[in-house]
Ligand binder design. Structure first.
Ligand SMILES: Cc1cc2nc3c(=O)[nH]c(=O)nc-3n(C[C@H](O)[C@H](O)[C@H](O)COP(=O)(O)O)c2cc1C
Ligand SMILES: [Mn+2]
Length: 454
């Protein structure tokens, strides 16, 4: 049996990590409020006003425990396990005769977006959004697939606004269609196993099929079905697929939207998406993603980032006794590196690499030892409080390009500057114990533990 969202729901429920919400909720406010507040439990809404028969799943995964369940391991082994599965190589997809995604096929006027229980995510959003839609497109020149997250604004006229960051693969592919003045066929997948979401947020080169990454993470090939109205293949065990076209040479207002930073962003003219068909499973479960809640949506980006950093940082200066990396200490602008330092200055060397990786997000980097739980913000704060002498252990690196959505850094937009960007600084904090080569100094930082069981 293919791993899908239903098998994951079953696993969460068995582990006591899922709450079924039986009281009535509306899509305009209740779902967003409840998801925003739920940090410990995944929520399955079973009584959505105006959507009889529908269920909506959110905050799944909401935390590292839930992610560990998806990977079949412990929270502190997830990054290593993710890296191992990627290192084993991509798993090619295979075509399947009609799978469950074809249980219901809605074409033409029946393909109504408002028939789906998408929800209003934040107070100042202009309306309902699909934030967890995985957009699958094909490069018209190479035929190679791409799958990525792109938020979709559900408009009153039954169309959608889409945000494709310039430079991202979907944008690049869209521009190829646009130059030919052709609409870009695009399938939006809603609801599947968490590995699809991690794969979609994984950063690889153009031409890397993120569905093959999903196969590597799942440990089984992704089974595909052809779409009904467009030349794109979609996972056969997904809950919902919207088949659509992204119109060429058309821009209309989209946003503002609740960004991953926890602030509102983007309020510009963006391309327009026209739905052509909706296919779904019997009793389809809608997958809501509550962006800006600093939980589920941050993990989708933060976990693949942590894996990329983990794979690089273990090679700094040849070898590092690296244990784990977390990009979810409050925000992906922070990174926590867990390592056993062997030499004086080694942790700082690793931290410099951590703020200068293939991502531009990481602004503040902290290194801690193995005895600190990097998934517990309180424990990281304890290490900073008790193992840092600020004048020695904190270093600020000025004049470094920052992330464009980091409002705390000045934006350079004056005349003569062709591309707006931000110039700021980075901070590294060495909160490790003295290195293993200095045993005496290191011993003074032995942590108090309760008596061992006898
Ligand atoms: C919840 C969530 C929402 C996202 N929304 C968008 C978006 O609206 N536009 C965008 O360009 N990237 C968005 N991203 C980021 C991209 O999906 C991500 O950078 C991805 O790796 C890009 O794929 P690519 O490498 O194939 O270009 C989002 C990521 C997450 C986790
Ligand atoms: Mn890609």
């Amino acid at each position: 049996m293919a791993k899908d969202m239903r098998s994951y729901i079953e696993q969460l429920e068995k582990a006591g990590e899922l709450s079924r919400v039986k009281d009535e909720v509306n899509v305009e406010a209740d779902i967003g409020r409840r998801l925003f507040a739920s940090r410990e439990s995944a929520l399955l809404f079973q009584n959505v006003k105006g959507y009889p028969g529908w269920s909506v799943l959110g905050q799944a995964p909401a935390n590292m425990r839930h992610i560990a369940i998806a990977f079949g391991t412990e929270p502190n082994r997830v990054v290593r396990e993710f890296a191992n599965r990627i290192d084993k190589g991509l798993v090619p997809c295979k075509m399947l005769p009609r799978g469950p995604i074809k249980d219901r096929v809605l074409l033409g006027d029946d393909a109504r977006l408002h028939a789906l229980p998408s929800h209003v995510i934040a107070e100042k959003d202009p309306g309902r959004y699909i934030a967890g839609g995985l957009c699958i497109v094909k490069d018209p020149e190479t035929g190679l697939r791409n799958m990525a997250f792109h938020r979709l604004q559900v408009r009153e006229d039954g169309r959608m606004g889409i945000f494709m960051v310039e430079g991202r693969h979907t944008w690049h592919i869209y521009r190829k269609y646009e130059i030919m003045n052709k609409p870009m066929p695009m399938a939006v997948m809603i609801g599947h196993h968490p590995m699809y979401y991690f794969a979609a947020a994984y950063t690889g080169s153009l031409g890397l099929d993120e569905l093959e990454v999903a196969g590597a993470l799942l440990g089984e090939p992704v089974e595909l079905n052809a779409c009904e109205t467009i030349d794109v293949e979609v996972p056969a065990h997904a809950e919902i697929v919207i088949e659509c076209e992204v119109m060429p040479n058309l821009r209309e207002q989209e946003g503002p939207f609740s960004e991953f930073t926890g602030y509102y962003g983007g309020h510009h003219d963006k391309p327009v998406v026209v739905p052509k068909a909706i296919t779904m499973r019997k009793d389809a479960i809608y997958k809501a993603v509550q962006s800006a809640a600093l939980t589920e949506s941050i993990f989708y980006n933060g976990l693949p980032m942590a894996v990329a950093l983990f794979r690089d940082l273990r090679n700094v200066a040849g070898y590092v006794d690296l244990k784990d990396v977390s990009c979810n200490w409050g925000s992906t602008f922070n990174v926590v590196v867990q390592m056993t330092p062997r030499f004086y200055g080694e942790a700082r060397q690793v931290l410099l690499a951590a703020v200068s990786s293939l991502y531009s997000h990481q602004k503040i980097a902290v290194a801690v030892d193995e005895d600190v739980d990097i998934y517990d913000p309180q424990d990281v704060a304890w290490a900073i409080a008790t193992r840092v002498n600020p004048e020695i252990d904190v270093t600020v690196i000025p004049g470094v390009r920052g992330h464009i959505l980091d409002n705390s850094l000045p934006e350079l937009t004056r005349e003569g500057i062709t591309t707006p960007h931000r110039l700021g600084s980075r901070m590294i904090i060495d909160a490790t114990k003295p290195p293993t080569c200095d045993r005496e100094a290191r011993m003074r930082f032995d942590r108090v533990r309760p008596p061992a069981a006898i």
